[in-house]
Design a protein around this ligand. Structure first.
Ligand SMILES: O=C(O)c1cc(=O)[nH]c(=O)n1[C@@H]1O[C@H](COP(=O)(O)O)[C@@H](O)[C@H]1O
Length: 276
């Protein structure tokens, strides 16, 4: 079975390294002339999938915007994931889960088990209960060719108060997460299947990403003020493993499919100039 890391590398090589988030904000539904209900959510999500799933490497539905509409929203999330994968995009489901190991196993089964209706290619997780508590997700990912992206240095301004704090060992919390994930990916050929989330807004922080050997999701571009020109300072020699991620910046070009594609193309070109 092909690992997620290898599938992602192949997708980034053939389609270019770009992730587009599917974040159906109420404000975007209004901007697209859609009602703020399940029908609007469905139209929005399917339009994005139809416009982009056959060309971008990764689509990243943000679960919160689907959960907002209860069971109907979850059913639309299931179809969004399925249609995206059928059209050839890898799906990174942004759910930011993290719990004690026994509960984490249930989350892992919900999102990474091939028999689950919510099965995605990869999920986002939070290491706040300790990286070790995420083990069931790493194991499920390995068993099913899936991936896991662990929050390390997030794009929001509140992140550094926790992530830059020093541990008793004299490293920052974020560096501890980075180092533990690096160990998990050690020996993986080309790209490991456990990624990190490192915001495109954080600037130069002095964290060492050189040993990660896994994908580096960079959200925060566009709407949050992150600029592709800033990626080199953040990622240094690891730029080849960076997956830049845009949501509102691209989505606000809709609902016209050609306009969505053009916005994604502009984002890819701007990032490509830095990532190469
Ligand atoms: O895991 C994420 O994707 C994520 C991590 C992070 O540090 N910052 C961040 O903004 N995100 C997500 O990325 C998306 C950013 O959306 P835009 O700001 O509209 O591009 C949202 O769905 C966030 O939840």
């Amino acid at each position: 079975m092909e690992t997620f890391g290898r599938r992602l590398r192949a997708a980034m090589d053939t389609r270019g390294p770009l992730c587009v988030g599917i974040d159906p904000h109420a404000a975007l539904l209004a901007r697209w002339g859609l009602p703020d209900d399940a029908a609007g959510l469905e139209r929005f999500s399917f339009t994005v999938v139809e416009a982009l799933a056959d060309r971008v490497a990764v689509l990243k539905p943000q679960s919160a915007f689907f959960e907002r509409f209860g069971s109907r929203g979850i059913a639309i999330l299931e179809s969004t994931i399925r249609q995206s994968r059928e059209a050839g995009a890898l799906v990174l489901l942004d759910v930011k889960r993290g719990d004690i190991g026994s509960t984490m196993a249930a989350y892992a089964s919900a999102y990474l088990d091939p028999d689950s209706s919510l099965r995605a290619d990869a999920i986002t997780v939070s290491p706040y209960l300790g990286v070790g508590s995420l083990r069931p997700a790493f194991d499920a990912a390995a068993a099913h060719g899936g991936g896991v992206f662990v929050l390390a240095l997030t794009s929001n301004p509140e992140g550094p108060s926790v992530q830059h704090a020093q541990t008793a060992a004299g490293r920052t919390v974020a560096q501890t997460v980075i180092d533990e994930i690096s160990q998990l990916n050690a020996g993986a050929s080309d790209l490991g299947s456990v990624g990190l989330v490192v915001g495109a807004t954080i600037g130069r922080t002095g964290h060492d990403l050189s040993a990660v050997n896994g994908p580096l999701l960079a959200p925060g571009l566009g709407a949050q003020g992150g600029d592709p020109a800033g990626l080199a300072a953040i990622f240094g020699g690891s730029l080849r493993n960076v997956l830049p991620s845009y949501s509102r910046e691209v989505l606000s070009a809709g609902p016209d499919a050609a306009a969505l594609r053009a916005a994604a193309e502009r984002a890819a070109t701007a990032c490509g100039a830095v990532i190469g």
